[in-house]
Design a protein around this ligand. Structure first.
Ligand SMILES: [Zn+2]
Length: 286
């Protein structure tokens, strides 16, 4: 089960989150026919998205995470609605030679652009946080975003073990130093996090819970019950709104020319087909 396990350590002066998104990445690879490199990029973006999702105040809040670094994967989109996560990227077939025997994630994400987080919390205006990418293969970029946009001091490690046969493991670990954590705690957290440069391999040998226990267990750590990470796309309403926004005469004119209006959802690749009667019914509903 994909899950996030939150915890506190250093007498509640720091928070941590252990995140597993293996099944979600496998699902996306299948839907979007992702290359191993695109899958790796997606794994990291999805892990960041799972963290944002799990920290929304209310389950009805929504968010979008957009990473636009002009790399070979193109723009990467992750979104959450009613607690369900989904995502896609412009180029699911990104490819590049291995770099130091690893997937060249930085080249696929790119370094020339922004990380944008939009949170719709049911208020008049959504929250929008935008930071420049620092070329950190999403992990350091996300830590940079958390610090500059939300004032959170964190360290982020993402790992993914992906072979030509598929996604073996994907997820990450995020620690946050809370405001009353002094320099000593911050230093110790950074020191622990430096172990996770090989998180990808570690994840194939141990569960996230075992990794968490091993590295944080001795620091007065308390882990909470795992929260399931769910996936799903609620696009029916959105697609109907797209057709409504065309206006009745434009919609009818497309029907006359093409016989039907077909729209495919970027997130789940479901194709909706609206014939003359469907369009008439849609506008009759108001
Ligand atoms: Zn959809």
């Amino acid at each position: 089960m994909d899950r996030i396990v939150k915890g506190v350590c250093f007498d509640k002066k720091a928070r941590l989150a252990l995140i597993s998104v293996t099944e979600g990445v496998r699902k996306a690879v299948q839907i979007h026919d992702m290359s191993p490199l695109s899958a790796a990029v997606y794994a990291r973006a999805l892990t960041a998205g799972a963290y944002i999702n799990a920290n929304l105040k209310s389950k009805s809040d929504r968010f979008n995470l957009i990473i636009d670094g002009k790399g070979s994967a193109g723009k990467i989109y992750i979104a959450g609605e009613d607690g369900d996560l989904k995502g896609f990227m412009e180029n699911p077939h990104a490819d590049a030679p291995l770099k130091n025997a690893k997937l060249d994630i930085v080249s696929a994400v790119g370094t020339d652009g922004d990380m944008v987080v939009i949170k719709d919390m049911g208020l008049k205006e959504p929250y929008i946080g935008r930071t420049k990418l620092i070329g950190g293969g999403i992990a350091d970029d996300f830590a940079n975003y958390l610090y500059k946009s939300e004032g959170i001091r964190s360290a982020v490690a993402f790992g993914e073990y992906i072979t030509a046969d598929g996604v073996v493991q994907a997820g990450g670990i995020i620690v946050e130093a809370l405001p009353d954590a002094g320099e000593e705690i911050t230093f110790m957290l950074e020191d622990i996090m430096s172990n996770f440069s090989s998180l990808s391999t570690m994840m194939t040998e141990k569960s996230m819970e075992e990794i968490g226990d091993f590295y944080f267990g001795h620091l007065h750590t308390e882990f909470f019950a795992p929260e399931e990470i769910r996936y799903g796309c609620h696009c029916v309403k959105k697609i109907r709104n797209i057709i409504r926004s065309l206006g009745r005469s434009e919609a009818e004119s497309i029907i006359r020319d093409e016989g039907a209006i077909e729209i495919t959802c970027d997130y789940c690749r479901r194709t909706y087909r609206f014939g003359p009667q469907d369009v008439a019914a849609l506008f009759a509903d108001g």
